[in-house]
Design a protein around this ligand. Sequence first.
Ligand code: PMP
Length: 445
Amino acid sequence: LKEMNARSVWHPMAHPADCQANPPTIVTGASGVRIRDIDGHEVVDAVGGLWNVNLGFSSDPIKAAITAQMERLPYYSIFRGTTNDTVIQLAEELRDFFEPDGLSRAFYTSGGSDSVETALRLARQYHQVRGEAGRTKFLSLKKGYHGTHFGGASVNGNANFRSAYEPLLAGCHHIPAPYTYRNPFDETDPKRLAQLCLSMLEDEIAMQGAGSIAAFIMEPILGAGGVIPPHESFMPGVREICTRHGILLIADEVITAFGRTGSWSGSRHWGVQPDLMCTAKAITNGYFPFGAVMIAEHVAQVFEQDETGKANIGHGYTYSGHPVGAAAALACLEETIRLDVPTNAAARGAQLFNGLQALQQKYELIGDVRGGHGLMCALELVSDRAAKTPIDKATIGKVQDGAYQAGAMVRMSGANLIMSPPLVLTETDVDTILTALDAGFASAS
Ligand code: PMP
């Protein structure tokens, strides 16, 4: 398999030569919160698949729902004139679930990048229909991650995800993220930093012209950029600025929706109602590719009351509203609510965060510990703590490998080790992750 992998598989996010030199772990099984590799080694999956397996790998209700849907109606499109009963039922459930977020309609997609692309398109079209076709630009946060399509790549904050694909969408501008550990203002107080970033947003809007901006897109807690929770004043501040300037606020909740932050959604975590919300990942617990853009009633009304013809939707995917994905999502929602996963995410998240802070006392390599909002945590590694010198890739790889050998899969992202385990893990599972990390650091120090 390792030879065939090197010969035939072009892996995302990895140079082909790297795959040959360091063959990826071949995962052959998973149950509960654990994965098993081809050599029979079993570890706690502290990555939760890819931030998505919130309910673990053994959810019988989801598997049963998928199987039953496969038997009854495996596929039918919801394009022009047809739909299916499962997606209708799901939309009603999502409407209830996201009611406190002010979101009432679901536009179905096949995953996170599709959800972002859809939200960006809907934002432009919304302004066109309202007679403000000049609103075409998008603002976003440096260090934000919004997927791989050309629209999403254009609003991605990390230049590494943009530079190879330029020229991208015109009129996308990135403002500093409220990243306390490193920022252009050398500001270490999260509240003051949030204020500074908000004033940068005001400046950017003034520079671009408020009437030229369609939307601001942000993750409530930056995920792939290294788990960066903002001060609690930040997202409400963004909401206020967007409302004042007629700019739509898109919450990219591909990671944060459905309990990961310890709240039912990331926007609710900060007490904000977005205009559009991108979801995917945990909507089906990783069991089926699926997503939904949730739309606020006032945005939906603009489309529905349009008499100009500009609201004709020339947008959708073959797999929009896939009945099997919808069946999986229905079962996931039910399980998420039944198990009250945000409560466990908050408790186990606090345990993990405290344990990581204790590890920082022990290992000089740990420059910053981030988390404290459910089960999203990161360690930023440095070779010199005082100078905050970013660590080299080989050392971070050693920590990751050491942790894996000692019982936990963690993910490397730049100079960060990321943790986003299933939200159903136990106190003992968190201890296993911490013990494994301890061993990983010991082997690299
Ligand atoms: N937005 C965010 C916030 C994400 O974290 C991701 C994926 N990690 C995406 C969008 C893209 O999702 P997908 O990989 O399912 O296309």
